[in-house]
Design a protein around this ligand. Sequence first.
Ligand code: PLP
Length: 419
Amino acid sequence: MNKLACESLSQKPGVPLRAAFPVFKREYASGKICYLDSAASALTHQFAIDGMNHYYTQQSCNVHRGIYRASEEATSQYESVRASTAKWLAAAEQDVIFTSGTTAGINLAARAVLRGMQKRGEQIKGRIVWITELDHHASYVTWHMLADEYGLDLRCVAVRDDGLLDLSLFKESLKERPLAISFPWASNTLGAVQDAAAICSLAKQNGVLSFVDAAQWLPHGRFDPSKVDCDFLTFSTHKIFGPTGLGVLYAPAASQRLMEPITGGGDMIRAVAWNDIKFADGPQRFEAGTPSISAVLAWGGALKFLMGLDQEACASHEAKLGSELYNMLMQQPGVRILGPEENRVSLCSFVVEGMHPHDLAQLLDQKAIAVRAGHHCTQPLHARFGVRATTRASCSIYNDLDDIERLKDGLAYARRMLA
Ligand SMILES: Cc1ncc(COP(=O)(O)O)c(C=O)c1O
């Protein structure tokens, strides 16, 4: 197999890309890690670790409220990360709400919109909300809970064998004025990528709110609101070389006007009197309490790395890795891959005849190969494909063809052990 040079993506000539991800330095009994679980969490870039270290060693204080140098510095760096996030998203600074992750972002957006409607006295009971068979439980479970609470008419968009959403019933329902559609831009299980621009534009033309789960898309691609005209978009920074415990809800001004805060506390107010509470304007309105300052500053480091990357080179590296992974797996006896051959991000969820995914993952671990096994928080989707669990191998820019080769050898080892 020819070497696929992930090192050519390094930002410092002569310095290997992997050198910037400290986890690669760790030695296991069976060698260095072959990390194929980036769809769960990508490895943390050194710049992110530096950002967090800098905060804890140089400032380590709160933001937005201290009138002393360290606090003012921390506040200005914290807000400058909001500005960089906005730049990376081609959005406005005020559109970026920090959350604790995609799950929190979906919960905040959905709940805040419903509370807003409730406060304005708008009809909620019986309104149609579309989720999809592809949804991560972060969306699937959340909307089910909200349907219970608010009496929503929750419906599910089916997924076709080619991994694309079958929007026919959604389109037919447009005359009934659905309230919202919530879908993942890229599936964490099938890898399938949806035409988010087309779905959001159809939704917008028909007055339907669009909630885009970009947790699996943004680690591989970019978002430009002038092309994907969504109302809400969420992602987690730990899947994009940044820290855990942080995410972003993109909500432009028009969307924020629909939202009513769902968490009260410090930092989200302008003035508080006994019977008159005025909320802050902009994203602060939805960021009650002390934020995860260290995570935001770590994300600032990750963004510095991301913005220096050659996006096209990364995309082509990952596309090659993804197709090598797919082809290698297809050549293995008894392997079935879920989802389409094309139009997918660089991950494959698969089953191997006669091997339980957990046994396989444990045997691969003996060779320091890290993959995910289970339902990947998409039980309804697994049921749709007639399986309870799969093994998932997912790649990022620091992977190379050697990793695919190691997985192939690992599969052969597992087959021998289970024979
Ligand atoms: C598509 C998708 N949505 C939502 C989530 C939830 O992200 P988090 O656990 O960071 O909130 C994940 C995480 O795996 C995901 O893959």
